[in-house]
Design a protein around this ligand. Structure first.
Ligand code: NAI
Length: 219
């Protein structure tokens, strides 16, 4: 069991989108937005936005709408983006390297401190000045460096053993890309990413009309 959030997960999943959208408004120098305008642009009802934000105290005033900068700053704080985080990547294959090379995470405060792999051919190679280390050095590294988030990019067969090692070494948050349901203690936060779920949703939608048409014709 991973740590359960207090606010419902669907609400939490909407927050990054609000934040992203408000950032765009700020960039375009928009100072204020009505809840109706915000909801229309985001494709969420105004009451949904209000309810979501009410979990964290009320924002916006009747008839005034939202002060864009204020709401953006509040969401920044709610999402914990007013702090920085140290991360490590386990598995420096295609995915691990792509994530390591993506500098935007750093811009948002997620600082990559170490990359580990099991393949000796990768040891010593650098990605953005960070050396790929032997995964045997992981526990020693974690005892000397305060790491907040481990990013797991290894084949699924090795993932549970690696998660156990990370938890034992004190890691409290795992961003898991391995296609496996990991078992972690209650005080560890596990966030799974499945790009393929999104791709399959896309392929479903490409086929939906035909699928439902056939169903009607079968009747
Ligand atoms: P890859 O084979 O290119 O890289 C895997 C790397 O992990 C290799 O360098 C290998 O030496 C290393 N490794 C294996 N066992 C290890 C261990 N115990 N400790 C440290 N390093 C270890 O594979 P790729 O394409 O990078 O995929 C990695 C994982 O991510 C796979 O489980 C894959 O299924 C998953 N994946 C998930 C996606 C998602 O959306 N969730 C998208 C793409 C890949």
């Amino acid at each position: 069991m991973t740590k359960k959030p207090i606010v419902p997960m669907p609400v939490i999943r909407r927050l990054p989108r609000y934040h992203r959208y408000l950032e765009e408004l700020l960039k375009n120098d928009v100072k204020r937005i009505s809840s109706r305008e915000l909801s229309e642009k985001m494709g969420v009802t105004a009451s949904q936005i209000r309810q979501d934000l009410n979990n964290y105290g009320g924002f916006g005033q009747q008839g005034y709408g939202y002060n864009v900068e204020e709401l953006y700053n509040t969401l920044t704080r709610i999402l914990g983006l007013d702090k920085t985080y140290s991360t490590i990547i386990i598995g420096a294959g295609n995915l691990g390297q792509a994530i390591a090379n993506y500098t935007n995470f750093e811009r948002t405060g997620f600082n990559l401190k170490g990359i580990f792999d099991i393949n000796p051919r990768l040891f010593g190679l650098k990605i953005r000045d960070i050396e790929i280390m032997d995964v045997e050095l992981l526990e020693d590294f974690l005892s000397k460096n305060k790491i907040d988030i481990a990013i797991l990019c290894i084949p699924k067969d090795n993932s549970q053993i690696m998660a156990d090692r990370l938890v034992k070494a004190g890691i409290k948050a795992i961003w898991n890309f391995s296609p496996i349901d990991l078992d972690v203690p209650d005080d560890v936060i596990l966030e799974n990413v499945h790009l393929s779920d999104s791709l399959l949703t896309l392929s479903y939608r490409l086929n939906e009309d035909k699928l439902l048409k056939n169903k009607v014709e079968e009747k």
